[in-house]
Design a protein. Structure first.
Length: 182
């Protein structure tokens, strides 16, 4: 599974270039339309411009389609079995974990099955640099789980990623998920 930081950087660069190309072409088009004298743009040129943007946009989406790290795992989820499952309960603005530390071996597929007993919360896993690895919404009365494969050793923090009232800001369990390189 590709690290989500790599995906974020790659998609940021690709979509930034795409937006810059669109803005440059729009500027060129506006300049041509507003210029005195021979300011008419031929319909063929206009439709070529629109076709170029469509081809560029669709190509970008096709190229980045399978870069989302969890997409393949989600599509094949019915065929996969988790190596470890952690049943986590959330109530009264607190994560109730099955163990003091959630220890995982590298390359294990881990199912985080999170149940809310009162409010809608978020369940996010964060790296040491406070960037988010993944997150999901935890809605009471619904199945809330995520299957994830860890490809690097590390220590992660669980945080609520949804607004659940003023107490929700304190819903942080530091350094609780430990991925070991065995």
């Amino acid at each position: 599974m590709v690290d989500s930081n790599v995906v974020l950087v790659g998609q940021t660069v690709a979509y930034s270039i795409y937006c810059i190309v669109i803005l440059l072409l729009m500027g060129w088009f506006a300049l041509r339309v507003t210029r005195a004298g021979k300011s008419k743009i031929k319909p063929a040129l206009f439709y070529t411009f629109v076709a170029f943007l469509v081809v560029l946009g669709v190509s970008l989406h096709i190229v980045t389609y399978n870069t989302i790290p969890w997409a393949e795992m989600d599509l094949k989820r019915h065929e996969l079995t988790a190596d470890k499952t952690f049943n986590i309960t959330v109530k009264n603005h607190e994560f109730i974990l099955p163990e003091e530390k959630l220890v995982i071996n590298i390359h294990d597929k881990v199912l985080f099955d999170v149940t809310s007993e009162d409010l809608t919360y978020g369940f996010g896993l964060f790296r040491q640099d406070n960037s988010m690895m993944f997150q999901m919404q935890v809605v009471p009365g619904h199945r809330n789980d995520i299957l994830w494969q860890f490809n690097k050793p590390g220590v992660y923090t669980i945080r609520s990623t949804e607004y659940s009232g003023p107490k929700g800001i304190a819903m942080i369990v530091k350094d609780v998920v430990v991925v070991l390189d065995h």
